[in-house]
Design a protein around this ligand. Structure first.
Ligand SMILES: Cc1cc2nc3c(=O)[nH]c(=O)nc-3n(C[C@H](O)[C@H](O)[C@H](O)COP(=O)(O)OP(=O)(O)OC[C@H]3O[C@@H](n4cnc5c(N)ncnc54)[C@H](O)[C@@H]3O)c2cc1C
Length: 564
């Protein structure tokens, strides 16, 4: 490739729903667009595996629902820590972006000629549509096809390992070819990060293997600010027996229909955590309750026991189609099997601090989707992540196109990466060591940043993270996959440090952040923790009001979009 062929108005990093939407809207705005994803376009990240619930108030349905109610549900669910302006944009634009999604080929489940609206997920009204096959690829694959047809250049199995900046802001990114092992620099007028969350910081997670927090770490190193990193959501009912190696989660409606949970003493322990709703409680309370049973030594085989005897066959099949099909294949009777369920890491509420156009505090660097922070505050209500990808993906892509720098000069490939790539192909494999370090980090993070936290656990997690990072630095990867895993481990330790620092500072319990040593909310902490890299290699943390926006860029191309 010549330098000109490596130069793009907009470089989108990621291959999920936010990346695809950003790329399509940047292209529609006339920009040259490249998409780099370390997975496969439309087949990677949380987007490909999501069950795909999308919440939006569709005015024509006359249910009495209103975007003000959707906004209030979101702010309340987020423990009043979300940025109200970002929430206002989310609920206002979610319906239009849903129509776009359908126009791009997204297959939405219909009933009697209209979208089927489902209730749930802390929403006051039934306002959730789902994909036809209840899986994200119903949306991602048609969008990927559309993006490619529209002329977006795609680089699959291509990992961003560093963002490059100069005095004017971002200038490009170092990309590693995971197939062949080469490294190159993509010059970019603007960059949209859409790399998803960091569920893989934990061993038990709903997130696929590529969701390792790369965007948080890349942005932090480039000088951007992160926010709300202490708020991590856990899904309570991952079925770890009989489905040990496949992710099958028990659906929340199961508990409305009579699913019951028991500890090792056969006590129906939810009576203590939510006496009125019992198992039909909210996800955050259920996750904490199950984690608390383990803390008290009352776990059963790493979780708690789930009894489904009260559900009739049709109800079980309808509420849990995936589990039901898998059980039938294995010849297991759901009415008698002693299922074990446990909480799994599900979603990172925190992320890159953005303004209403997805702009970070670094000129030219945008963020959209789970990598961005501020939309969900202290806790995300169900089915709000998908509209987030579409609303903020569209905004970021459109404005990234209009603000792309035209004064592009090829930045050289930093020596560290040419050396790393040159070292591939020689020496003994480091795969086992990298794997061991990753597993140690994951198990430490469960005690430090899991559903129940305290100062001692956080301090121990920080010490372990520093040790893992120093050991990682001494490892030399010898093939492209080892290099990927090694870089990801470095990204995860950087994310861990951000989350741990914020969790240590927040001496209260609020939203998804629960400190056993500070169990109540403290009004003095109605503040957002902003993290950025400090001059000494450490992290600077400060508290700001949730709706304080990062300093907005001076547009480099003379186009100012302004809010509309
Ligand atoms: C099992 C599951 C069920 C869910 N159900 C719902 C639901 O019903 N409703 C809802 O609203 N939300 C749901 N969520 C959450 C939602 O699906 C995700 O938050 C959302 O899909 C994230 O989209 P994204 O585009 O931001 O990131 P992702 O889809 O995670 O995509 C990230 C992309 O970035 C790529 N990438 C990462 N790092 C790099 C790098 N360094 N270089 C290049 N590429 C990189 C990855 O390979 C991937 O392609 C669910 C999540 C899961 C895991």
């Amino acid at each position: 490739m010549t330098n000109a062929e490596r130069s793009f108005d907009v470089l989108v990093i990621g291959g999920g729903l936010a990346a695809l939407r950003a790329a399509i809207s940047a292209r529609q705005a006339g920009a040259s667009v490249a998409i780099a994803t370390k997975g496969r376009l439309g087949r990677s990240g949380g987007s490909a595996t999501t069950t795909g619930g999308y919440a939006a108030v569709l005015g024509e349905y006359e249910t009495g629902d209103d975007i003000a109610v959707h906004a209030e549900d979101t702010l309340k669910g987020g423990a009043r820590m979300a940025d109200p302006e970002l929430v206002r944009i989310l609920v206002r634009e979610a319906p239009e972006r849903l129509r776009d999604l359908a126009g791009l080929g997204g297959a939405i489940l219909m009933e009697n000629g209209r979208y089927r609206l489902a209730p749930g997920g802390d929403h006051s009204f039934a306002r959730t549509v789902v994909p036809v096959h209840h899986v994200g690829t119903d949306f991602t694959l048609p969008m990927a096809e559309h993006a490619q047809r529209a002329g977006c250049l795609t680089f699959e199995l291509t990992m961003a390992v560093e963002l490059l900046t100069d005095a004017k802001g971002v200038s490009g990114s170092v990309l590693v070819d995971l197939d062949r092992g080469g490294a190159w620099v993509a010059q970019a007028g603007t960059i949209v990060l859409a790399t998803g969350g960091c569920g893989r910081l934990f061993a038990l997670t709903s997130n696929p293997r590529d969701v390792t927090g790369d965007g948080y770490a890349l942005a932090l190193r480039a000088g951007a600010e992160l926010r709300d990193m202490e708020f991590i959501q856990f899904y309570p009912w991952r079925c770890i027996d009989p489905f040990r190696n496949t992710r099958i989660a028990i659906q929340p409606s199961t508990f409305v229909y009579g699913g019951r949970l028991f500890n090792s003493r056969d006590e129906r322990f939810m009576e203590r955590y939510d006496p009125e709703r019992l198992e039909a409680t909210t996800r955050d309370i259920a996750a904490r309750a199950i984690a608390d049973q383990a803390r008290l030594g009352l776990a059963v085989d790493g979780g708690v026991r789930l009894d489904l005897a009260a559900l009739d066959a049709e109800t079980f099949q309808r509420s849990n189609p995936k589990a039901s099909a898998a059980l039938q294949r294995q010849g297991i009777d759901y009415r008698t099997y002693p299922f074990i369920v446990a909480p799994e890491a599900h979603y990172f509420m925190g992320g890159i601090r953005i303004d209403s156009w997805g702009r970070s505090s670094v000129p030219g660097l945008f963020a959209a989707g789970e990598v961005a922070g501020g939309i969900h505050g202290g806790n995300r209500i169900g089915n709000n992540a998908l509209p987030e990808t579409q609303v903020f993906g569209e905004r970021a892509g459109r404005v990234a196109a209009t603000q792309a720098r035209q004064d592009r000069h090829p930045p050289p490939l930093p020596g560290e990466w040419s050396d790393r790539v040159a070292a591939l192909g020689g020496g003994p494999s480091a795969a086992d060591e990298i794997d061991e370090l990753r597993k140690t980090l994951q198990s430490q993070m469960w005690s430090a940043l899991g559903p129940l936290r305290n100062r001692d656990g956080i301090d121990a997690g920080m010490a372990a993270t520093e040790l893992i990072e120093s050991r990682r630095r001494g490892v030399t990867p010898v093939d492209p996959i080892e290099l990927r895993d090694w870089v990801e481990l470095g990204f995860m330790t950087a994310v861990a440090r951000s989350c741990l620092s914020a969790a240590r500072l927040r001496e209260e319990s609020r939203g998804a952040h629960v400190r056993l040593d500070f169990p109540a909310p403290d009004p003095a902490w109605q503040r957002t923790i902003v993290v950025r890299s400090g001059d000494d290699g450490g992290l600077d943390l400060r508290g700001v009001s949730p709706d304080e926006q990062p300093s907005v860029l001076v547009p480099s191309s003379g186009h100012e979009s302004g809010d509309q």
